[in-house]
Design a protein around this ligand. Structure first.
Ligand code: NAD
Length: 591
């Protein structure tokens, strides 16, 4: 039987403490809330009134429930008022000395059976526990921001936390309507440990001018379905907080990927802390405002200043999944498409696949029948590249084999008219290799579509060191014409999305391999704690472990970053033929 809690104490009513107080009171518990002075109490109270008022206006609770909720909270500036509570959580600023002092005091104020919890994001719970005479009753209870909304609670047990305390706290989290995951005391726990390596990587890309802030953020939103881009998220978290978390993680892991990107320190020193100071990677209307306003580096209304080349006729090389999806996208957008396969049979099959897909769209009412017929009428099949002599743009989407691609680019160089844009959809080969196979490297660009091409909005426009600026501008313009969101980046392994995504997925595998948490708990933490569309293991199983391993190897070979080395567990699963959903077994079994 888990113990019953009736009154709890919350120390600190800032961003987290106010939210945590609301969560407790909402589930019927009495709360004694402690702050340093009356002004801070008023600020905390105001925050809770505002937040519950919003819940009333959204119809989530009624006014009498709000009154009862507010009535269950007692405010005080004295820690000794916590003497009668059953459970205390502190949410004071992230300083070890301050938190240690609070634990020492609480140890004398509350009875020996009362559970003492910390909401720390990165400090050692063990360190805090030994400040008390009974470290067995100390535990980490890490809520996510905003606490009333976010469903995850990381329950952090130290090596001495009593099992009964862990059970009581997980039962309490359930009662609060949160999903608890129980883990050991390691910097960053699950969610931050996996999130911050990724955020830091994005900050480094920004620092290296690899892509613009807008494009880095759009890439993760449109290419990976993340609710926010990494730089916007860093601004929300606060760059000073992010720096502290990374620094703590680095000191513990000595993993270079956690060493805070120098740009973070520079921005903090200059007072650019993110949303809370009104400026971080982006500029905001006012401090604490979520509204981004234009500043000196905002792109000019997203229109290209350069003249672009006219693109009306497009040639697509290839008959596979990506090629057929791309043919469909261009034809639907009103462009003439010539599709070339190695035989008439192959290319006819590809056109049939496009027809089936368009039929499905028409059947579902997403496409008018007349538009379907018009789109099909714009597609011409051919078995010869010679027919590409007058296309304005070629998109090569054949197998991921460098020699095959180079051969095609050399042929296109002989056939295509001057000024034609020559694009490759490669996801892992250097675009410059294709450019170097031609005598016109300035006209060669990467157009990395995502699968399924008709659905996914993102296209990475990859420029090599030789690509002409008007070719990049043309590629971006074409993407807009076909309803895609273009982002521009340099010619590096993984471009933006895969380079940010796969090291994070690899870190998750290493976390599993290190027995820190189960695949289930890691997936839950990332889905529920960070609002990602899928947990890392569910995603790896969908992508395919062999495909994932190949991408990770490419990243590792290009950057030689020790942290990018594929986790041995991933290698072993691939060797054993457990490739994910497609083989029925991966990190999980599928029936
Ligand atoms: P905050 O600065 O918004 O709030 C801290 C509050 O504690 C302030 O109101 C301050 O007046 C009060 N305080 C300071 N000393 C106190 C004392 N001796 N007694 C009582 N109150 C005192 O900070 P925050 O963002 O709410 O973070 C609090 C804790 O939660 C930190 O450990 C942080 O790492 C953790 N956390 C933060 C987030 C986040 O996204 N902000 C998420 C999860 C966990």
């Amino acid at each position: 039987m888990a113990r019953e809690f009736s009154t709890v104490g919350v120390v600190g009513l800032g961003t987290m403490g106010a939210g945590i107080t609301e969560v407790f009171s909402r589930s019927g518990l009495g709360v004694v809330a402690v702050e340093v002075d009356d002004e801070s109490i008023e600020r905390g109270r105001g925050h809770i009134e505002h937040s519950t008022g919003r819940a009333v206006s959204r119809g989530k609770i009624d006014e009498s429930e709000q009154r009862a909720l507010l009535g269950r909270i007692r405010y005080t500036t004295s820690l000794s008022d916590l003497s009668g509570v059953d459970f205390v959580i502190e949410a004071v600023p992230e300083h070890l000395d301050l938190k240690s002092e609070i634990f020492r005091e609480l140890d004398h104020i509350v009875g020996p059976e009362v559970i003492l919890a910390s909401n720390t994001s990165s400090l050692s719970v063990t360190e805090l526990s030994v400040q008390t005479g009974g470290p067995g009753r100390v535990i980490g209870v890490h809520f996510f921001n905003p606490a009333p909304v976010m469903g995850l609670v990381e329950v952090v047990r130290t090596v001495v936390t009593e099992p009964g305390v862990i059970d009581d706290v997980t039962a309490l989290a359930d009662k609060l309507g949160k999903t608890p995951v129980v883990i050991g005391d390691r910097a960053g726990f699950i969610a931050n440990a996996l999130l911050f390596g990724y955020l830091n990587h994005a900050a480094r890309m920004y620092e290296q001018h690899y892509a613009s802030r807008e494009d880095l953020d759009a890439a993760m939103r449109f290419g990976a379905g993340y609710p926010m881009g990494p730089l916007a998220l860093l601004d929300l978290i606060g760059l000073d907080t992010a720096y502290e978390i990374l620094d703590t993680m680095y000191r513990q892991s000595r993993d270079r990927l956690h060493a805070p990107a120098p740009v973070l320190k520079q921005m903090i020193t200059a007072g650019l802390l993110g949303r809370k100071s009104g400026r971080g990677f982006y500029t905001y209307e006012a401090p604490d405002s979520p509204k981004v306003v234009a500043d000196g580096i905002t792109p000019s209304t997203d229109g290209e200043i350069l003249e672009t080349r006219t693109v009306r006729r497009v040639g697509v090389v290839g008959t596979g999944t990506m090629a057929t999806g791309i043919v469909e996208v261009f034809a639907k957008a009103g462009l003439e498409v010539l599709v070339r396969g190695r035989s008439s049979a192959k290319v006819d099959d590809a056109v049939s696949a496009v027809r089936r897909s368009l039929d499905k769209a028409a059947h579902r009412g997403k496409l008018e029948e007349a538009d379907r017929d018009a789109a099909l009428g714009r597609i011409t099949a051919t078995a010869s590249l010679d027919d590409f002599s007058d296309v304005d743009l070629v998109v090569e989407a054949v197998a991921e084999d460098l020699e095959v691609k180079r051969g095609i680019f050399a042929t296109l160089d002989d056939i295509c008219k001057p000024g034609a844009v020559l694009a490759t959809t490669t996801s892992s080969l250097p675009v410059v290799e294709c450019a170097a196979a031609t005598a016109r490297p300035g006209d060669v660009v990467g157009l990395h579509f995502f699968n399924p091409a008709p659905v996914m909005k993102l296209v990475e426009v990859v420029h090599t060191i030789s690509t002409a600026p008007d070719v990049v501008a043309t590629a971006r313009e074409v993407c807009r014409t076909i309803g895609k969101h273009p982002v521009t980046c340099g010619d590096r392994a993984g471009f933006i999305v895969n380079a940010l995504l796969f090291p994070y997925l690899n870190d998750a595998v290493k976390m599993l391999e290190g027995h820190y948490a189960s695949a289930e708990d890691i997936d839950t933490a990332m889905k529920v704690g960070c609002s990602l569309p899928m947990g890392p293991f569910a995603l790896l199983d969908v992508v395919g472990l062999d495909v994932s391993l190949a991408i990770e190897r490419t990243l590792y070979l290009e950057f030689r970053e020790p942290g990018f080395a594929p986790a041995p567990l991933l290698e072993h699963l691939v060797t054993a033929g457990r490739l994910g959903r497609k083989t029925g077994k991966g990190f999980r079994d599928y029936s």
